[in-house]
Ligand binder design. Sequence first.
Ligand code: NIG
Ligand code: FE
Length: 428
Amino acid sequence: MGFGLWTLNLSEALVVINCSQLVTLGGAARPRTGALMRELAIIEDGAMIVRDGRIERVGPRSEIESLIEADAEVVDAGGRVCMPGFVDAHTHPVFAGTRADEYEQRAAGATYQEIAARGGGIRSTVRRTCAATLDELVDAGRRYSRWFLQTGTTTIEAKSGYGLSIENELKLLRAVRQLNNETLLRYVPTFLGAHDIPDEYRERRADYVALIIEEMLPRVAQEGLAEYCDAFCEEKVFTVEETRRILTAAREHGLRLRLHADQLSLSGGAELAAELNASTADHLEHTDAAGIAALKKAGVQPVLLPASVYALGHTRYPAAREMIDAGLAVVLATDFNPGSSPTPAIPMILSIACTHLKMSPAEALTAATINAAYSLGRGRETGSLETGKRADFVVHDCADYREVAYFFGLEHARAVYTGGRLAYLREA
Ligand code: NIG
Ligand code: FE
């Protein structure tokens, strides 16, 4: 592998050459299922022309070289892999502080649920986040946006959920909007007011559900601050019935639905996602065959978050193979958050997915790019390298795409582009 020629300016045309593999993920314009999850449409010794931030053409070097204009900016991948930017379809990227203290307590034997029951967990991040200003949250968020970009992610879904009051939930969604406007990472906003019951509502939870439905949702919808609504459906958090009421109201306000389902116990969340025609059901560590069948029937995409299983020291991973065999368009995401999954790195997710979920590297890559993009309503915009799509692509420091999952615990991304603009470049 030689040294590439990397330039920082946005010129009208940009040409990427010398890719050992141009992993396009080109194919039918729909989420990939079954054997199609293993079809990456790789072009060996591939090249790509980008114009005005969009992909104009991909093909073998021999085809593309003759089309290169003299003034085009050239990105020489140096015999490395080039693939679409990762799409991370489940993150909680706006919060104050960390939970390194709870991490230490868990290392000493406390469980996530025990810590939550004594007022820690999500509610400890809520207390810190409510005390932070919008600027402080945006500041912290900028740091995380760099982390996503430098690990090869170009689009993330971003949930609120550490405010749990009208003003604080709006503050989080405004922080997401500001980060989307000022960074090169693309954000898709989700309202998660139903992330936990706030301290002051513990004895009157019905009032909090009413607050979400009657006051928060109308404001969020009116200000156009979210595309999706999510809820944490779980024993001791929101019941199936409460979740149904919240998400039904959200749908009436024009929001599409996602939900945290069957993470810590089998709660009926997968069936509820199917009943509500949600876009996704997320986590699913405890989902059974009936839940999988319900998701399939309703066309709901499962979003698997195996880093939260890993980081909580649990051993029960979601049944990815059964889901793929059932024909579900599986998605993989980080669940980046300060509690259960403090990692923004999709390459780590690919590693866990191959090692513990027994997905193939190709299936895992499909799940973290094109399938993830479809789960966010962005399937025609990003997630593959095809003519007309936004030029969101990454050159990784390896010659074979499987190495991104195989060599784990390090950063592979060498150059990251969003909309044809250089968003991150690793110094040689
Ligand atoms: O997806 N399950 C609920 N929400 C997050 C955890 C958030 C936190 O612990 O702060 C999750 O795992
Ligand atoms: Fe989550």
